[in-house]
Design a protein. Structure first.
Length: 263
């Protein structure tokens, strides 16, 4: 039994778009460091009448970086709570909306207002997406692909992250889009994968596991049939394995993970 073409498209969209976009925006500030410093300094001079000192710049740079990490913690730790009220697919769509919102705040509102506070808030929002990107794509890939291909698709997630990092370094070069006039374009590129995903997601199914958990057996079986190329017997055999997984799944707290040896 193999993944169907629809499953492969779903795996490609779920596994690559969010990780590529979040990794790209995470690294992009590094080649644009001098541009960001110029923007911050100009805003600081307009407000205070003096140039920003090195120590003040160090504070704002640390805030810009640390708020992204704080957002990542919020996104990573908050995923399990969000999944209690919504599906995997809906959360993935929400993550891409958050990514687009981050780009709008930085490249749109930040450019118009020339406010480093908006830039920092935009980085925090982008960090939430970054935190989700370390958990959600892997979860959806593992619940969508056949077991024999899961390792391959998990590796694709890592490759997409590396590609996003490499692309950010290239795009952020001062000879390409890393200039004082084109930096908003460089950030705007980070929204393109999210736009592509949101458009295609209208035709992508949720994971069979999540459908079984939320909508029941028949709906989950219908989804599984669209994701597999194989005989009805093999599809039903795989479907029968989903039910015990759900029955054996129980909620585990952090204290249990740390205190019980089997975890």
């Amino acid at each position: 039994m193999e993944n169907s073409n629809r499953a492969n498209v779903s795996l490609l969209m779920h596994g690559t778009m969010l990780m590529f976009a979040s990794s790209y925006l995470f690294v992009l500030v590094n080649p644009l460091n001098s541009i960001i410093r110029t923007i911050y300094n100009e805003t600081y001079m307009e407000r205070n009448g003096v140039a920003m000192s090195k120590s003040t710049w160090a504070v704002y740079l640390s805030l810009t970086s640390s708020f992204f990490i704080i957002g990542g913690l919020v996104g990573g730790l908050g995923m399990q709570f969000i999944l209690k009220i919504t599906s995997r697919k809906r959360l993935m769509q929400l993550a891409h909306v958050i990514n687009i919102l981050s780009v709008i705040l930085i490249a749109g509102v930040g450019k118009i207002t020339e406010s480093y506070e908006v830039f920092i808030v935009g980085r925090f929002v982008g960090g939430i997406c970054f935190g989700l990107s370390f958990n959600l794509p892997s979860l959806m890939v593992s619940e969508t692909s056949i077991k024999q291909k899961q390792n391959f698709w998990q590796s694709i997630i890592s490759v997409s992250s590396c590609c996003g990092i490499l692309f950010a370094v290239i795009i952020g070069h001062d000879k390409i889009l890393g200039s004082l006039t084109l930096w908003p374009v460089a950030f705007s590129i980070g929204a393109l994968p999210s736009i592509v995903y949101l458009i295609t997601s209208l035709h992508l199914p949720n994971t069979p596991y999540d459908v079984l958990h939320r909508l029941g057996k028949q709906e989950a079986l219908n989804v599984l049939r669209t994701l597999r190329n194989g005989s009805k017997e093999l599809i039903h055999q795989e479907f029968e394995l989903l039910q015990p997984d759900i029955e054996l799944t129980r909620k585990i707290g952090i204290i249990e993970i740390l205190s019980i040896k089997q975890f």
